[in-house]
Ligand binder design. Sequence first.
Ligand code: FES
Length: 344
Amino acid sequence: MAAKKNLSMEEILASCRSLDGGGAAEPSATPVTPSSGESTTSSSDATPSTTAAAPGKKASEMGVAEMLAAARAEKSKPAAAPKATSKAASPAVSKSSSKAAAPAAKAIPKDTSSILAAARKDVKPGPMSKAEAAVKAKGETPTRGKPKIVVPPPPEKPAYAMAHQAEEPSAGDRRSFMSTAVGTFVGSFLAVGFTSLGLTHLLWLLGFARFMFPNIRIEPPSEFRVGFPADFAPGQVETKFKAQFGVWIVRTEYEGQAQIFALKSVCTHLGCTPNWLEGEQKFKCPCHGSGFYKDGINFEGPAPRPLERYGISQASDGQLVVDKSKKFNEEKGQWADSTSFVPV
Ligand code: FES
């Protein structure tokens, strides 16, 4: 009888295939002996009629069910087989072998749960950034996430700012401020009132001064010299004194007597100033067309009476002197007065 030997899955499967191909009665050269640790109980999906392989039973004497049971027992056994047999073994066997090697790999956390656990411990597994490396170089533990921003405390206020801040107006200060404001308001009204009153008085004084110095029309003297009688030709009407003195000096005959007299250059209608028309030998009023002869008698237009004469006399030096303070009206018979003409 051959010695007992722990078979691998590959060997067990090879035995099974040989048994299936050779029939149940074909004996196997290798006896099948379950290990001491093997459990002979079948799995839940095993056939109910399947029984565990008897210890010390040869493989040739075992049925297929027993061989499968032995194989499942081998599968459930902790992996002690070398890694070289894993390739030939079934996937189930390789899976069991990987599970057996798991405790060794647990030293380095590689799965998601372990990484998350490490993250919750505030330790970053994996590559570090330059900032984290710098922190680690200082002997500190680099933390995950954004670095905490350390805000420095604000600088203290300077002395001048503290002084302004300390100046809180008290109730007395507020009352004094209000009284000052009211006083300023009332004072401004009084100032405006007194200023207006002063200006009014000033205007009154200026008006009074203007009243004391009214407009004065400086008229020419009422008597003035017009020259010698020889300076006037017979039949001449001298108009050069019209603009300044308002008189014409006329040398002509009146009622058969040669005379020199002074006619007032004012129309007897409404006071306009007639013009001497040398060509027509008449005085013509431009306002309403009154006409006067050379001696001053009215003959056309609305003028109701002849022109007036001023007083005229001959001074000691022989010059003719016109006196405007004396007036002579023809309709009153005053032209016969010797002071109303100078005979020549
Ligand atoms: Fe001389 Fe009327 S004012 S005609």
